[in-house]
Write a protein that binds this ligand. Structure first.
Ligand code: B1M
Length: 212
């Protein structure tokens, strides 16, 4: 069995200790960390997502798979964030109001930190007012919003509107992302940057900070 398949299967079974050991084994064998993330961890998480959709697994199984995913990501972290370019800048990040998904948001945070950016993480279920007050308090250049549910992505528009009402819209760029979010949605709500994955989100944040 390939190492990717082993990682994926152990993740699906929620075996965090095995996932940690297998990810380390793959790294020791010289496998590319991005491939371990995509073909092992994310691949396994997607299968869990499909099974969740089809009611073949339930919240507890998804949670233990998510814990195994996080354990694997922790091992990969030092390898994924290695980057030559360092920028100065502050980012406020969070998952929007009503939404508790944080694995993708944590990956985005990790990649941004790898670019040398300071990332202030507000966690999950973050109301739009909290994004704005944190941006004002920390004088941040970027607000980064994550949403995984079609029912919560609309909250991103509230973040844009609240930034306008508070008079800080011209001082802060608003980035959006998460599985249901698209570039056309980003444009429609008047946000500044949509990224499909954590690596391109970090790239976008870096470019904003270098330009500003
Ligand atoms: Co939830 N869930 N979930 N869930 N869950 C999804 C999202 C779902 C697609 C599953 C399904 O039906 N197939 C579905 C949403 C359907 C929809 O709205 N279209 C769903 C549902 C319905 C729900 C509940 C409503 C279920 C229920 O209770 N009936 C409930 C909602 C709770 C709430 O939030 N209020 C719920 C609960 C949960 C758990 C708590 C059990 C758990 C979350 C644990 C946690 O996050 N700590 C969970 C999980 C794990 C999932 C799936 C299986 C995996 C999500 C994940 O972490 N993926 C998911 C199915 C799936 O996605 N295949 C599902 C891996 C992660 C790395 O990917 O977050 O997409 P992702 O991040 C990517 C990109 O999107 C991007 O970068 C990352 C990778 O590079 N990205 C950004 C993310 N944020 C970004 C921000 C950016 C830029 C890029 O800029 C700022």
């Amino acid at each position: 069995m390939s190492i990717f398949k082993e990682i994926s299967q152990n993740l699906q079974q929620g075996r965090a200790k095995n996932v940690k050991e297998l990810v380390q084994k793959a790294l020791d064998e010289g496998v590319d960390p991005k491939e371990i993330l995509e073909n092992g961890l994310l691949y396994g998480m997607n299968i869990i997502g499909e099974k969740f959709k089809n009611n073949e697994v339930y919240v507890p199984e998804v949670l233990i798979a998510a814990r195994a995913m996080n354990t694997g990501v922790e091992v990969l972290k030092p390898y994924l964030v290695a980057s030559g370019v360092k920028a100065k800048g502050k980012v406020i990040i969070g998952t929007v109001r009503g939404d508790l998904h944080d694995i993708g948001k944590n990956l985005v945070k990790m990649m941004m930190e790898g670019k040398g950016l300071e990332v202030i993480d507000l966690g999950v279920d973050v109301p739009s007012e909290k994004f704005i007050s944190a941006a004002m308090e920390h004088n941040a250049q970027i607000i980064a919003c994550s949403a995984l549910l079609t029912t919560t992505m609309g909250e991103m528009e509230n973040v844009v509107k609240t930034a306008e009402k508070s008079g800080i819209r011209d001082k802060v760029k608003i980035m959006v992302g998460g599985a249901p979010v698209t570039d056309s949605f980003c444009k429609k709500i008047g946000a500044d940057c949509y990224s499909p994955d954590a690596a391109s989100a970090a790239e976008c944040a870096l470019n904003i900070c270098l330009a500003g």
